[in-house]
Structure formats: C-alpha cells, structure tokens
Design a protein around this ligand. Structure first.
Ligand SMILES: C[S@@+](CC[C@H](N)C(=O)[O-])C[C@H]1O[C@@H](n2cnc3c(N)ncnc32)[C@H](O)[C@@H]1O
Length: 214
C-alpha cells in the first residue's frame, strides 16, 4: 500500500492536515531532543521527511522503512536509509541513543513486537518518541473530527493522492487506534520506563516519550 502512495505522499500529508504536519514534525524533534554526535533511528521513516527534520539537530539520523517505494521516493533527500522491518530490526542491541517513529507504529502489524525491538536497539539510558494520531480530548471536537475523518478525508485524498483507498484505510486505522492512556500502557509493557505523553492540536496527535532504564 505504501509503495502505491509514495509518489505524492508528502504533498497529500500537507493538504489533509492543513499544514499541521510541519508543526507535528518540529514538536517531535523537540521531544527527541537529539544532540550532535548522537545516533538516532527514525523508524517507518517512509520518504525520509521526518528524518530530515531530526537531522537539523546535527545528530546522525538514519531512516528505516520496509517499503522500497517510500524510500525510493525520498532518495533525493540524501539522508542515510536502511531497508528493514520494524518487527525484526537489522541493527545490533544497544546501538542508538534515541529511536523515534512518526505516523508509523499504527501501521505495523504487531506493535508490541515493534516496541520491544525499538527497546532492544536503544542504548541503556536512551529514549523513544512515538508521534502518532490519537484521540481528541475535547468531546464535542472529537465528534466533529471523527465526522471529518470518516466523510471528508477520503474525498480530499481522491483529489490529491496517487492511491485514495489508502486514505480510507487511514481514517479507519485512526478510529481503531488506542487512545493516549492505552498506548502509554502498551509502551510500558514492552519494557520502557517513565512513559509520558503530550497532546498536539487538541489530541489529534500525541507524542509519547519513554526511557530505557534497564
Ligand atoms: C504514514 S508513513 C510515515 C512516514 C514518515 N515517518 C512520516 O512521518 O511521514 C508509515 C510508514 O510505515 C511503514 N511501515 C509499516 N509497517 C512497517 C514495518 N513493519 N517495518 C517498517 N516500516 C513499516 C510504511 O512502509 C510507511 O512508509
């Protein structure tokens, strides 16, 4: 599916999020807080648009994704890229200072396995940041948002995306995704400590951050 949306992926994101995607990426970089000299894994990085933002910090950031089409569509970005599956990462234990995943975890077939793999490749003391669609906290807005998602999003996608059906899936996968508290629990169960989250844009997106202490 992601090979099929790769060509117009970046543009479609900006259109359907009304430009908010740039703010979400900036906030993710602030939460990861990479420092020059650190090694950062950007998992499910797709076209590398999230990796470029992280790289502004001066840290060494590598994009990993299992869609060859997405990686190829982002080749012009000249960020380091490694093809790989989030559920069987092609990296040694304890090899990254930070691991992050933006709008990717929701798409992974086994999210608990992916969270454990992310823990395995992170150095002790390192951190994880998950940027993902979530549940708006203000109930009336939540209702409007779910209406927008179910009705408008596939129609907008039909006008701009190279594979509109993928955006019907997007709407459905957001509705099925655990809310902030439930996702925090799953992250903790995968071995991560001190799990906290912060809502962005009223909870349309949430940033979860945790540490590997063990
Ligand atoms: C919505 S895109 C996010 C891309 C990028 N991080 C961003 O912020 O725009 C989700 C990505 O997750 C990738 N993905 C899904 N399951 C995966 C897996 N098991 N291993 C690696 N990548 C995966 C897809 O190929 C796709 O590129």
């Amino acid at each position: 599916m992601f090979d099929g949306v790769a060509k117009r992926y970046d543009l479609t994101n900006t259109v359907i999020s009304a430009g908010q995607d740039r703010y979400w990426r900036w906030a993710t970089r602030r939460a990861v807080a990479p420092r020059p000299g650190e090694r950062v894994l950007d998992l499910a990085a797709g076209t590398g648009v999230s990796t470029v933002e992280l790289g502004k910090s001066g840290a060494w950031c590598v994009a990993t994704d299992f869609s060859q089409g997405m990686l190829a569509a982002g080749r012009f970005r000249r960020v380091p890229m490694v093809a790989g599956d989030a559920m069987a990462l092609p990296f040694a234990d304890n090899s990254f200072d930070a691991v992050t995943i933006s709008f990717g975890l929701r798409n992974v077939a086994d999210i608990d396995l992916a969270l454990r793999e992310m823990w395995r490749v992170t150095k002790p003391g390192g951190r994880v940041v998950v940027c993902e669609f979530s549940t708006p906290v203000f109930a009336p807005f939540r209702t409007v948002y779910m209406e927008y998602l179910m009705k408008a999003l596939p129609r907008v996608a039909r006008a701009v995306s190279s594979n509109p059906d993928a955006y019907v899936y997007l709407a459905e996968s957001i509705r099925a995704w655990p809310n902030q508290r439930r996702l925090a629990r799953r992250i903790g169960e995968a071995g991560w400590d001190q799990v906290q989250w912060r809502d962005l844009t009223g909870g349309i997106v949430a940033l979860h951050r945790a540490y590997k202490l063990g």
